[in-house]
Ligand binder design. Structure first.
Ligand SMILES: [Zn+2]
Length: 337
């Protein structure tokens, strides 16, 4: 997920925004957005146009107990409550690292072991004075952001992917965010694209994530003989640099990841007729090193007539995608879907 928020957004208080007058408390007013990940907890007040009116951020005390982690969330919310826009905010949206269970209002983020089936929705509802709280997974949140303000804007049927340390995603169908019953629909990372492939952390085999996620891509490059530079960086970012310089093993590692992504995207297009796939996350930041082979490979897999017009584009909402997506999810719920 996009995790590197701007350093200026860190610090103890909500950063005041330069908007002259509080908005009226109405459906067009601001919402409270929370973006919860394994390294940081970001919060914002987001208005109906997607402007961030106030923001706050804390490191995630990821190794601490459940209440300590919640305490960091409460600090973020307290800082936002100091904003003159707080009283007008009538709903809360949360995008969280998964797994989430939106039906039960619980989260169990892989990188926050203190939270297992943690009742985040109820606890945040209490902290925020009984405001309604909408929970979605971070892939769905990014999708909501891209549909509202980013590269999927205006598309009634879209798939959005986050290709980073894992591969997540989400769907827009018939013009609406489609989170599914538990907030996890569109989780393209665990579509199997290699039936006899390597075992995946999810218990499956040959998943898109097992091939295309940054750490797996980099490990494959190492296994095939790529070696890092003097700085010893063996991340996918370093492999991308080598690929740009023409290192054949690095190029092949990105082509392999691109084929896995293309197969997953094509399967999705054949299944539910999306006409655009938006790809964000750290691995997607490699740019043409990923997108060029991805577009080529789509031609091999998206073969049916109705899927041939499928386009693949980079995500556009940047480091605030999680916050904007959480806000969009809160608004979608408030608007009845
Ligand atoms: Zn898997």
């Amino acid at each position: 997920m996009p995790s590197a928020a701007t350093p200026a957004a860190t610090g103890p208080g909500a950063v005041p925004a330069s908007v002259p007058h509080p908005l009226p408390a109405s459906a067009s007013g601001p919402v409270v957005a929370l973006d919860i990940g394994g390294t940081k907890i970001a919060g914002a007040l987001v208005d109906a146009g997607g402007r961030i009116l106030a923001r706050s951020r804390r490191e995630t005390p990821a190794r601490e107990d459940a209440e300590t982690v919640l305490g960091a969330v409460a600090q973020v919310l307290d800082a936002l409550a100091a904003s003159p826009f707080w009283d007008a905010a009538q709903a809360v949206g949360i995008g969280s690292a998964g797994p989430v269970d939106a039906a039960r209002g619980t989260v169990s983020p892989v990188n926050v072991p203190g939270w297992r089936d943690f009742p985040l929705v109820e606890r945040v509802r209490r902290i925020t004075g009984g405001r309604p709280v909408t929970l979605v997974g971070d892939g769905v949140a990014m999708t909501a952001a891209e549909h509202w303000l980013g590269a999927a804007r205006g598309h009634a049927n879209a798939l959005c992917l986050v290709v980073s340390t894992g591969v997540g995603g989400g769907l827009v169908l018939d013009g609406r965010l489609h989170p599914g019953p538990t907030g996890n629909a569109g989780h393209i990372g665990h579509l199997s694209v290699d039936l006899d492939g390597d075992p995946c952390a999810c218990g499956g085999r040959g998943c898109v994530e097992r091939i295309a996620a940054g750490p797996h891509l980099a490990r494959h490059a190492l296994d095939q003989g790529w070696r890092p530079g003097p700085d010893g960086d063996t991340s996918a970012v370093a492999v991308a640099e080598a690929a740009r310089a023409g290192h054949p093993v690095a190029v092949a590692a990105f082509e392999r990841a691109a084929r896995a992504l293309a197969a997953g995207i094509a399967a999705t297009a054949h299944l539910v007729e999306v006409d655009i796939a938006v790809v964000g996350g750290g691995v997607a930041a490699a740019g043409d090193v990923l997108f060029a082979p991805l577009r080529r490979a789509l031609g091999d897999y998206a073969t049916l007539s109705f899927a041939r017009g499928l386009t693949v584009v980079p995500a556009a909402t940047g480091t605030d995608a999680g916050l904007l997506g959480a806000a969009a999810a809160a608004r979608a719920t408030a608007d009845g879907g």
